[in-house]
Design a protein around this ligand. Structure first.
Ligand SMILES: C[S@@+](CC[C@H](N)C(=O)[O-])C[C@H]1O[C@@H](n2cnc3c(N)ncnc32)[C@H](O)[C@@H]1O
Length: 231
């Protein structure tokens, strides 16, 4: 999978994406992340990407020309590229959206800053994603969240010792409680069933714990039927 990120802070990348599972995928070439400087798509001496808002108001707005020029260049190079603006007003990003995006071969993630992006550039981009109901100062951290979440769903990214099958937001509910050695820690014991070697009983216990955890912690998700097929 290839991910192009359009930003006025390309030096922020790969940042935290350079470590762990995603860092390994980058090294192995399973994933390519390229950060592009929006200023490279300006055509004035000052490489200006923003301007004051029509109608007044605080802050600056990303001008349409550099953004639209960049988007058209990405689409001309790869008509299959899925171009997405990170925006607090966008469709809510969750594990099911991540699974959808993991099927794409090419994402272009556009990071806003300041007050936001000229409406005509938003129309040209067409798709917006929000990572949650709060406002960040820029789209870069949001883009990293999307890349990190999607990348670990790309086949081959996780090692053979890592597994998605019991993870939270799969079709089993939340991940069941995890224990490692020692079997007894400060008087707290690992549940007997996990030490029994009885695979069917362990499987049953894990499934019950998964469902119970989701019911207790996120009743809204149970109500919405999230356990049926994962969200
Ligand atoms: C300060 S925010 C602009 C917020 C905008 N004035 C509004 O009220 O909707 C600057 C940029 O950060 C990014 N951003 C902020 N919050 C986000 C979120 N929850 N999800 C995705 N991107 C976000 C967007 O790219 C946005 O253009």
């Amino acid at each position: 999978m290839r991910v192009d990120v359009l930003t006025i802070f390309p030096d922020m990348f790969p940042g935290p994406l350079g470590g762990g599972v995603v860092g390994r995928a980058l090294e192995q070439g399973l994933l390519t992340v390229v950060a592009h400087d929006l200023r490279d798509y300006t055509d004035d001496r000052h490489r200006q990407v923003d301007d004051i808002p029509f109608g007044g108001g605080p802050g600056m707005v990303f001008k349409p020309e550099p953004l639209v020029r960049a988007v058209r260049a990405f689409r001309a190079e790869d008509p299959a590229a899925r171009v997405i603006l990170l925006s607090p007003q966008g469709r809510r990003f969750d594990q099911s959206v991540a699974r959808e995006l993991a099927n794409e071969s090419h994402l272009v993630l556009i990071c806003g800053r300041y007050q936001g992006v000229d409406e005509r550039a938003r129309e040209e981009i067409g798709e917006e994603l929000s990572i949650g109901d709060y406002v960040l100062s820029g789209g870069e951290l949001a883009a990293m969240v999307v890349v990190e979440t999607v990348a670990r769903l790309v086949p081959g990214t996780l090692g053979s010792h890592e597994s998605l099958s019991e993870e939270t937001f799969t079709d089993r509910g939340f991940e069941p409680p995890l224990y490692t050695r020692p079997a007894s820690f400060e008087g707290r014991e690992v549940p007997e069933v996990l030490r029994s070697g009885h695979h069917a009983a362990i499987e049953r216990w894990r499934r019950e714990q998964s469902e119970e955890r989701m019911r207790r912690r996120r009743p809204d998700m149970v109500r919405d039927g999230a356990t049926a097929g994962g969200i």
